[in-house]
Design a protein around this ligand. Sequence first.
Ligand code: GLN
Ligand code: ZN
Length: 758
Amino acid sequence: MTTTHNLGFPRIGAWRELKFALERYWQGAATAGELEAQAAGLRARHWAAQSALDFAPVGDFSLYDQVLDMSFTLGHVPARAHSHGGSPLDQYFRVARGRAPGDADCGCVHAGEMTKWFDTNYHYIVPEFDAATTFALDTSRLQAQLREAQDLGVRAKPVILGPLTYLWLGKSKDGSERLALLPALLKVYAGLLDWLASEGVEWVQVDEPALATSLDARWRQACQDAYAALQGHGPKLLLATYFGPLGENLPLACGLPVAGLHLDAINAGHEVASAIALLAPQQILSLGVVDGRNIWKTDLHATLAWLEPVQRQLQERLWIAPSCSLLHVPVDLELETDLAPEIRSWLAFAVQKLEELRLLASALDHGRVKVQEALLANAAAVDRRRASKRVHQPEVARAVAAITPEMGQRSSPHAQRLTEQAAVLNLPSYPTTTIGSFPQTLDIRQARQRHKRGELDAAGYRAAMQAEIRRCVREQEALGLDVLVHGEAERNDMVEYFGEQLEGYAFSANGWVQSYGSRCVKPPILYGDVRRPRPMTVEWIRYAQSLTDKPMKGMLTGPVTMLNWSFVRDDQPRAATCRQLALAIRDEVQDLERAGVRIIQIDEAALREGLPLRRERWDEYLGWAVESFRIAANGVHDATQIHTHMCYSEFNDIIEAIAAMDADVITIETSRSGLELLDAFDGFRYPNGIGPGVYDIHSPNTPSREQILALMRKAAARIPPAQLWVNPDCGLKTRRWEEVLPALENMVAAARTLREAA
Ligand code: GLN
Ligand code: ZN
């Protein structure tokens, strides 16, 4: 019999119950007991949804983050968490968010740093290490969840983060070597495993996704040492890898003294045969055969076609599961009553994915005839999608086929373009601008909601947005900014706004995916060929430009960001989808230019996060990502100035690719890292304009003129001042006008001081 199991279930709840329960608790409107009861209710419901599986995960549920949970289990909690006292729950939230419900006025506890979980859009709390770090086992959380599961008769497979990945995900705060902590860490892991065995646990899932990244020799050795040290402790270990192939780590993973290995067969299907050959005859192989990162129905026939021979070979040793935790997909498609039925019939969310798993196991164990009806229905849906006119538009295919290298090429090199642009734009040195959005006020959101509900007609909505644009232009003129923006009042979200106007995109009503803590995102579903039926932003920008003599910057989201923040098609390479997006944005760029817009910004906020986990794949990704940007941006005349914006500070390693985008100006996030980012420019002379963000918009604090000056002077020491722009480090939509105005005032004053000194 084929064993079925799941690596993790989305914990936020089909209706985001956990989000709302957390927020009530944080606001003091619910007690800890009420929060715990809600959480227990969700766990019970989620186990019920997994009851057809042979093993359900336990311990995958988290009130905030599974990495933070592991830090608590390992007794590895920053001292600042308990220095303010409070319950363990409050200490937990203090690390997660910088404060617990009790310490409303205590701005002194800083939250743990958050960063992206591998190549997903989920953020975890980074473990903080130093030379004095100690560990001490705390089984309380796992024990409580295990008890609940046992009481409910769940066949529990506890999930823990493995020691290698735990260290790998953390950061050393004092420059000491993280790996030096391994022996101490392993003692606690051994204790944890022994305790799980004493609880009667048969299997424990030990997540080691770090094995899907490029590890150097020291980390590979550490992996070997770790599992050698844990041998003989606790229940049977299922070592879980996911998010990609193991590459050179495959022999290492298969040689570890564990009872089983989970391999992501969606992304590492080509490694299955090697894994089988490398594993010892008693080891089990768990294959991730249903995509845990995307929302498409599995092609069950195609999966069975390769899985059946594997099953004949492995027999009892074969387990099947989703490729990774289902944390990364929405809970239940049943709630999507508004989606076009045809599109809906192509999709599977977490609950549906587990049903697919059950069907696969059934077909493997009892033959396809046993589940014939379901298989036929699946095949029909898969076939309909493959042939659908909604998906394939010959016109788009023709346009993509007609792409030429010249389309990504400006007519002249940057220096020459700059001369023409300078003549048109007439900007001072150290020109000032903003990143695009201004505060999304309650008024704006209410107008949008009323418009959505049909209470405000199109003309009324347009008038309301135009009023916002007027206000925004007036404020920017009063501030004395040099390049203005329209403020993005009409945009709900920088991807959704464009997706809604493009063919090929659909939107779920409830397809929420946890981003961090109580925060969720609802990624658009990019299901078909992308086409722009009509201009998307031209009217708004034209209106804004009509209000001022200053240059008005057109504002677009770039193709790579549109791609990386959506659920995308799995029936063609990402690169192909990205090129279609690039053509749609290119049309918009050219329409803006025709409308007289002289500066156009194309945001690529998510370019970096699309980087593959393995270094050897970076060039391929960067190749088509940069090409897509260039196709989108570079169909303009020399006199039109192209800007791009990226909100992150680590791009030392991709600086050449960023230069290859050849935007005339790039604005970047640097204020939080104290311009550390500019290190990237030491060995590399970035040729074009650059605006190192000097106002941290993520903080409510007002930067002073002196602070901004200091940052700009630091920048001017590294980069020729003629290349420098002065701007905040991201859009202002989450800030209030009262915060934005004084900050921008100081920014403009700083730029004036710089000019006078020049
Ligand atoms: N233009 C967008 C804004 O200002 C950019 C947002 C982003 O980079 N995340 O909001
Ligand atoms: Zn940004």
